[in-house]
Design a protein around this ligand. Structure first.
Ligand code: SF4
Ligand code: SF4
Length: 438
């Protein structure tokens, strides 16, 4: 009874903090501006199935995709076992699913154990890749300090959780073979059996203690892990699904017009406004040109910042980054998340946002980074969870050019040509077909 009460208390505390953190994440995402999402629902579900469940884009790099698949499938499927652990913890039972599944039970547990071994192997390789091989995309300046610690911590915790699971089964099976009460004979656990020699010398009471220790370590570890997720890049295991559902379904690389500018140009050229544009014109709402801070971005941009896995695939294909420019699309996403969370903490502290004199553009992302972007879209194409750093870059750049009037001289010359000649070059429109006379 005491252990049941203790378990209920732990579960309650975990659920309380998890709910609070999830609510903060939703509140922070909704700091963004509204965004209409077009496209058929089926196309969106297809994205979820292919990109989030199927990990399709991960397979552009097959080895890391296979290792990631082991961790993903292993972690998700093994957590089905957590349902049994939670039920046992609440009801004070032990392996409650065994009477339901009968001899099939040990097959299921052995499958989970095989996945646990694969998760451990994949996590060890990921740790080596990050800390010993030091792949270039894992050594860029933006992922030192906390991001590096975060990535390592997640991998180590996953290994520890899997070891707790395997040792829990190893001690359980030894207790079964000694016919100890409450430890029903479920059949052999093959993979965890390799750990049995570690415990064979223990007395039965010590073995019961060890089994309970690993049981508690496994479930408390999962509860702590769940509460750490909202502060970690590992949040992508949850966010990848809504983020891919709300993927941009428009043509790749299409830059959207700004409605207010379209309206002005139409008015200037005498082109009739459509109904929506008329309403917008009547409302006299000017708003901001582009984005200066995260509150000027859309909720989708902010959701993407929470979804970013910090894998660096975007930066590794970014031509600006490859040629030594300051821009890293991964950093754009990380900065967006950092600033959004800074505003969230400000709201938590003051009950509402108290102006702090900071903004995403300027304090986090510099002009040098923005101007280095070629708008090639390679980052969005490479992202395994359909994040679009370019959309944020363009919005910040529009603010810089249109509100701060800070375009490079070469751009200003192009703008003047567009205005005067309806083309980026400085030839008169009347000379446009001269080439045909040559
Ligand atoms: S769109 Fe910009 S940030 Fe993205 S890959 Fe191209 S240059 Fe880099
Ligand atoms: S934006 Fe996408 S590709 Fe880039 S680091 Fe984040 S998850 Fe990886």
């Amino acid at each position: 009874m005491i252990s049941q009460l203790l378990f209920i208390a732990c579960l309650g505390i975990c659920a309380y903090f998890l709910t609070k953190n999830i609510r903060n994440i939703i509140r922070n995402i909704l700091l963004g501006k509204p965004k209409e999402m077009d496209g058929a629902k089926w196309d969106r579900w297809k994205m979820v199935l292919l990109i989030a469940f199927g990990q399709k884009k991960m397979f552009a790099r097959p080895i890391s995709a296979l290792l990631h698949l082991c961790v993903y499938v292993g972690f998700v499927i093994i957590n089905i076992e957590v349902l049994e652990i939670v039920t046992d913890g609440l009801l004070g039972t032990h392996r409650i699913l065994y009477p339901v599944l009968g001899s099939f039970y040990s097959i299921v547990i052995n499958f989970f154990e095989m996945l646990a071994i694969l998760v451990i192997l994949a996590c060890v390789i990921f740790l080596l890749r990050r800390n010993v091989l030091k792949l270039p995309r894992f050594t860029m300046s933006e992922i030192r300090q906390f991001p590096l610690l975060d990535a390592n911590l997640i991998l180590i915790v996953e290994i520890v959780l899997m070891f707790a699971f395997l040792n829990m089964n190893a001690t359980d099976y030894l207790l079964q073979s000694r016919n100890v009460e409450h430890y029903a004979s479920t059949g052999p656990f093959i993979f965890s059996h390799f750990f049995s020699p570690l415990f064979e010398g223990l007395s039965t009471s010590q073995l019961v203690f060890a089994e309970r220790f690993f049981w508690w370590a496994h479930i408390i570890g999962i509860m702590l892990f769940a509460n750490y997720l909202p502060f970690s890049k590992h949040l992508h295991i949850a966010m990848a699904f809504p983020n891919t559902y709300y993927s941009n379904l428009e043509a790749k690389g299409k830059l959207k017009n700004m409605p207010i500018v379209t309206r002005e140009v139409k008015t200037m050229l005498g082109v009739p406004l459509d109904e929506v544009e008329k309403k917008q014109a009547e409302s006299n709402e000017i708003g901001r040109f582009g984005a200066k801070d995260v509150t000027d971005l859309t909720w989708k941009n902010l959701m993407e910042a929470y979804t970013c896995t910090e894998c660096g695939r975007c930066s590794s294909v970014c031509p600006a980054n490859i040629t030594g420019k300051k821009l890293s699309p991964r950093k754009i996403m990380m900065d967006t998340r950092d600033r959004m969370e800074e505003i969230g903490r400000n709201i938590d502290k003051n009950g509402h946002f108290l102006e702090d004199g900071k903004s995403l553009f300027g304090n986090y992302i510099s002009s040098e980074e923005l101007l280095a972007c070629t708008t090639c879209n390679a980052c969005a194409e490479a992202c395994p969870v359909n994040i679009d750093p370019l959309d944020i870059i363009v919005q910040l750049r529009r603010y810089r050019v249109m509100e701060e009037a800070k375009a490079p001289d070469s751009w200003n010359a192009m703008f003047a040509n567009l205005e005067n000649n309806q083309a980026p070059w400085k030839f008169s429109p009347s000379d446009r077909f001269n080439w045909a006379n040559q």
